[in-house]
Design a protein around this ligand. Sequence first.
Ligand code: DQA
Length: 146
Amino acid sequence: MKFLVINGVNLNLTGKREKGVYGSASLDEINEKIAAYCAANGDQADFYQSNIEGELVNKLHEAFLDKAYDGILLNAGAFTHYSYALRDAIAAIDIPVAEVHMSNVHAREEFRHNSVLSEVCKGVVCGFGHGSYIAAIVGLKDVLAK
Ligand code: DQA
């Protein structure tokens, strides 16, 4: 299966920002781990990051129109908590999307407890560091196999 891993706003600074929350591995290092996990299971992953909301929307549209992916992992960063544009984009496409967060958003500030994306995502994984992405792949594969 082929997965698209999309990281949103501020995720490019992973490994450099708030290391106590997000760890010290860079986004490239995390992506390498995800790619290795996929390869070990006969799957493939492509990776995309942007700090710009509209570019994330465009990437979701592109994935849908090109029919290039079986599933999408989306860590939208803070956009998770207020982007109705991303929510509508997820609702518009017929590819299952997993909402991913490295930190346990429910154990953090109140504003992080609410996601405007969860309702239109297939599932949500948070709190396991880069393992959240791996767990989301496991979940998506299960959904796609049915
Ligand atoms: C995050 C959690 C968000 O609340 C935050 O704004 C992020 C990262 C996570 O991966 O834990 O930037 O999505």
